[in-house]
Design a binder for this molecule. Structure first.
Ligand SMILES: Cc1cc2nc3c(=O)[nH]c(=O)nc-3n(C[C@H](O)[C@H](O)[C@H](O)COP(=O)(O)OP(=O)(O)OC[C@H]3O[C@@H](n4cnc5c(N)ncnc54)[C@H](O)[C@@H]3O)c2cc1C
Length: 341
């Protein structure tokens, strides 16, 4: 009996105005790792209008092949035409794994595709790896399955989810969770042009105009972050974190408790439902270190934690821990940094 050929690893490429989204490049890097382990190819799915020129960049980041659907009807993202083009591609090529950024576009597109092709979909994965899965119910071991790892039950456990049925194994991953490696300049790959035939139904929604609000903060790019938690005691206490961030030439951030208290906006929230950051230095002030907060900052190069409770979980991942009142400690740090007494 001939063994079924394993499908490739696919990544949906999100692009806007000729720029590929960082999350897509991060997923290409992760997808390349997974594909290498499985001995299959990494393939990108690139849809839009006037986007063919983006394929070489995807090759340089590790894609072996880029499916390019370049059509004026795909000028702006609308879920219907994107879904129908991708569903046809899946039926024709049967990928093994299909990854999407957990952006508004990915979150809208991936479930539509999964429900159409009857695939499983795990949202907001924080880790992905290949392993064998013992399916006790069916009394069989499935080799080379995608372990889709993410916090579950309000973040109280880390769950590993596996699809034991037909591929594709579909996941979304948030920006900043997977590491981006450097591209290999001049690396070559294939391009597979996809003919686009949009039906009347595909075109019932038309985007007439788009308005894009600029982000108020770029936490992801910050090298030094001073994050304030509920232990800062109030808006005045939290503002000390802002002052320390200014003194160090860094950026302020927050736990969800501080955001919920209204001390700062949601754009500044670090964690599972906020931004994932990897700065060179992360100073956590009055933050307990819940699993949901750690999910967004545990990969920082150096972590300093300031907390009055010596048993606070944040200390378990800190490189340096200071037990004490965060306001006192921050005031002393600002003075010391500015060369005061
Ligand atoms: C589905 C889900 C998603 C979530 N997503 C996120 C997320 O993205 N990001 C996030 O941060 N949270 C998230 N949370 C919330 C998370 O579970 C915690 O409730 C939150 O992180 C707690 O914030 P905190 O540590 O600032 O506050 P607290 O848990 O109240 O901790 C305050 C800390 O300050 C210390 N402290 C008190 N006074 C002082 C003082 N004077 N000086 C120094 N230290 C002091 C205390 O010892 C304590 O450790 C999520 C929760 C759920 C269920």
């Amino acid at each position: 009996m001939s063994k079924k050929k394993m499908g490739n690893v696919w990544i949906f490429i999100e692009q806007d105005g000729g720029k590929i989204a960082d999350v897509s490049l991060e997923l290409v890097c992760k997808g390349t790792e997974l594909a290498k382990e499985l001995g299959v190819k990494t393939e990108a799915v690139l849809l839009g209008s006037d986007i063919s020129g983006l394929a070489p960049k995807l090759h340089e980041f590790g894609c072996d092949n880029v499916f390019v659907a370049d059509d004026p009807g795909l000028r702006f993202f609308t879920a219907l035409p994107y879904t129908s083009v991708i569903v046809e591609l899946i039926k024709a090529h049967k990928p093994n794994i299909f990854m999407f950024g957990a952006s508004p576009v990915g979150r809208s597109l991936a479930p539509r595709i999964a429900s159409t092709v009857l695939a499983g979909l795990t949202a907001d994965c924080t880790e992905l790896k290949i392993d064998s899965f013992e399916d006790k119910a069916a009394n069989q071991v499935l080799p080379n399955k995608l372990m889709q790892i993410r916090p579950a039950f309000g973040g109280n456990i880390i769950a590993t989810i596996v699809n034991s049925w037909e591929d594709p194994q579909m996941v979304t991953v948030r920006e900043g969770v997977m590491k981006m490696h450097a591209p290999v300049p001049g690396r070559k790959g294939e391009v597979t042009k996809v003919a686009v035939k949009l039906s009347v139904e595909d075109q019932v929604i038309q985007v007439l105009e788009r308005f894009k609000e600029a982000k108020s903060v770029n936490l992801k790019g910050a090298q030094i972050i001073v994050a304030g938690g509920y232990g800062m005691g109030g808006k005045d206490g939290f503002d000390l974190c802002v002052k320390l961030a200014e003194a160090l030439g860094g950026t302020v951030a927050a736990s969800r408790a501080s955001v919920d208290a209204g001390w700062i906006g949601h754009d500044y929230q670090v964690g599972q439902t906020g931004v994932t950051v990897r700065p060179r230095l992360y100073i956590a002030c009055g933050i307990s270190g819940s699993v949901q907060h750690r999910a967004g900052m545990a990969e920082s190069s150096k972590i300093i934690a300031i907390n009055s409770d010596p048993n606070a979980p944040i200390f378990s991942i800190a490189d340096y821990g200071i037990v004490g009142d965060a306001k006192d400690v921050i005031n002393k740090m600002i003075q010391a940094y500015k060369g005061g007494s």
